[in-house]
Write a protein of this length. Structure first.
Length: 381
């Protein structure tokens, strides 16, 4: 089979399987790299620790691998809900829905609510919900619900099915509106859904989500910031040695799980920056690139992945430059939102104020026992 067999990370018998089976194996393989594991842990922790009316923002660059994060968070929440499922077999631990970009005009909320309702499946029976009991105790067939009533029905189901979270992926699409005033209204919709359903809402998207936290009217951003927890799912930086090592190891592990006779990890050791430059440190982008290159290698019946296949499937440096600008703008904006800012100045706290504060809390004098004379009170001599 050639050199590199000892480093193969996939079942060796896959080499004798049809091309489609090998392709599917690599396409389905998700590497649990450090930043993914950290973001999943942070998101699950925020969901479990916040009050039920709160909102969680999960932000990161495009191509970082948010779909994998959503899948892993969903699996963790289902696992955590097992004790609850033993008591309430109708419990739906988590609802995971994608916010599709509107064809034109404003974002279509009724379509989102409808998609969420259609995706609701009870894990014990494995059946999808086709009817519900509304807040008035009436049995309602989902197919007959009017568009205007879908949000209210969703609120009831999330509440009575004891869902741990409603996850909305690609949530930056909620911002696809025709005016700032409309965006303000959509913030209220999400806030109201979280309040009435008593269920945490997890918005997963690009750094565009920071618009909800900073760029709207102050009255709206104040309300959102007070109810919001933030999780950043970042890319790997080429300027931090430890992150270079983590991203390099991630590339190597992916190549070792690519069903070919020889691994191509020597390409990474020879020119790490080649892989970094065309992925910008985003594992999702890396996986998409390797999937395309692997397809070409399979078509040619190649024993290994060569730079030829990588060159034919990478995106251009010009496109990477545009993506990098968008990503770094988002990173700076989120860093600003999470910084201390000018809170001391805004509160009028300066050195003189701090000194005054100290004077308000003087050092405690040494106590004197009752009945003991204080020598400083009488003249001596």
């Amino acid at each position: 089979m050639g050199d590199g067999v000892g480093n193969l990370g996939f079942p060796v018998e896959l080499l004798d399987k049809p091309v489609l089976e090998r392709r599917n194996y690599f396409s389905d393989y998700i590497i649990p790299h450090p930043f993914l594991k950290q973001a999943v842990n942070d998101t699950v922790s925020k969901i479990g620790s916040i009050r039920s009316e709160r909102i969680v923002f999960v932000c990161g660059p495009t191509g970082v691998g948010k779909k994998e994060l959503v899948n892993k968070v969903t699996a963790r929440l289902i696992e955590l809900a097992q004790p609850k499922l033993l008591i309430n077999k109708g419990c739906i631990p988590v609802v995971n829905v994608e916010a599709s970009a509107p064809d034109s005009g404003n974002f279509n909320f009724p379509k989102l609510w409808s998609s969420a309702l259609k995706l609701m499946k009870e894990p014990i029976s494995g059946t999808y919900i086709d009817e519900v009991i509304n807040s008035e105790g009436e049995r309602v067939v989902l197919a007959r619900i009017k568009k205007g009533d879908m949000r209210e029905v969703l609120e009831d189901i999330l509440k009575f099915k004891q869902s741990l979270a409603l996850i909305i992926n690609e949530a930056h699409h909620l911002l696809r509106v025709s005016s700032g005033k409309k965006v303000n209204w959509e913030v209220d919709v999400i806030k109201s859904l979280a309040n009435k359903s008593q269920t945490p809402i997890v918005l997963v998207g690009t750094y565009e989500l920071t618009t909800f936290l900073e760029d709207l009217d102050e009255s709206f951003t104040d309300q959102v910031n007070r109810r919001t927890s933030i999780v950043e799912f970042p890319r790997y930086s080429h300027e931090v040695k430890k992150q270079v090592e983590m991203f390099g190891n991630t590339i190597i592990q992916l190549l070792r799980h690519m069903p070919l006779e020889k691994t191509a990890e020597a390409l990474v050791k020879h020119d790490f920056m080649y892989f970094y430059k065309y992925t910008l440190g985003c594992v999702g982008s890396l996986k998409d690139w390797l999937n395309s290159a692997y397809d070409l290698a399979l078509q040619d019946q190649s024993v290994t992945l060569t730079k030829k296949y990588l060159e034919e499937t990478r995106i251009s440096g010009h496109r990477c430059t545009g993506m990098l600008k968008s990503i770094t703008d988002g990173e700076r904006k989120l860093a600003k939102i999470q910084s201390e800012g000018d809170i001391d100045t805004a509160l009028g706290i300066n050195k003189e104020n701090k000194d005054t504060t100290k004077e308000l809390n003087p050092k405690t004098k040494k106590s004197i026992l009752p009945g003991t004379r204080n020598p400083k009170r009488d003249a001596v001599g």
